[in-house]
Design a protein around this ligand. Structure first.
Ligand code: SF4
Length: 131
């Protein structure tokens, strides 16, 4: 019998990362934005949807999840819950933000500490003259 090749089987061998785009809403409207995010959109992913995607990702062998948008920090409670769900599944979690919420050390700590407690391991910032 020949080797059975399925989409899931192939993913199982190769998939490392899964990216969840939590929203197309952003504080900016950068001309280079590859998700065409904007200030007018208000369309967060539902927590139940995100949990389904995370479970599926885990099933097919993913080890890490990257949460971005748009600006995932617009829906901070949702972000916290998704980080927690991913961590419970044993996934490594990272996110990206343009840091619009980091207007002072105090406000930055107010967001970053709970995320770290829920299991966030990495964060990258899209904050430069192009954003
Ligand atoms: S800050 Fe990032 S997500 Fe927001 S519009 Fe610019 S490139 Fe897109």
């Amino acid at each position: 019998m020949g080797e059975e090749k399925t989409l899931i089987g192939n993913l199982n061998q190769k998939l490392q990362w899964v990216c969840l785009l939590l929203t197309y809403r952003c504080t900016s409207e950068c001309s280079h934005c590859f998700t065409s995010s904007s200030t007018h959109k208000d369309d967060p992913m539902k927590l139940s949807e995100a949990q389904e995607y995370l479970e599926e990702a885990k099933r097919v062998g993913a080890r890490r999840v990257w949460l971005f948008g748009g600006e995932p920090f617009f829906y901070f409670d949702l972000l916290l819950s998704i980080v927690e769900s991913a961590k419970q599944l044993g996934l490594e979690v990272t996110t990206t933000s343009n840091a619009f919420w980091a207007t002072s050390e105090e406000s930055a700590v107010r967001r970053l500490c709970p995320l770290k407690e829920k299991g966030l391991e990495y964060i990258s910032f899209s904050a430069d003259p192009f954003h």
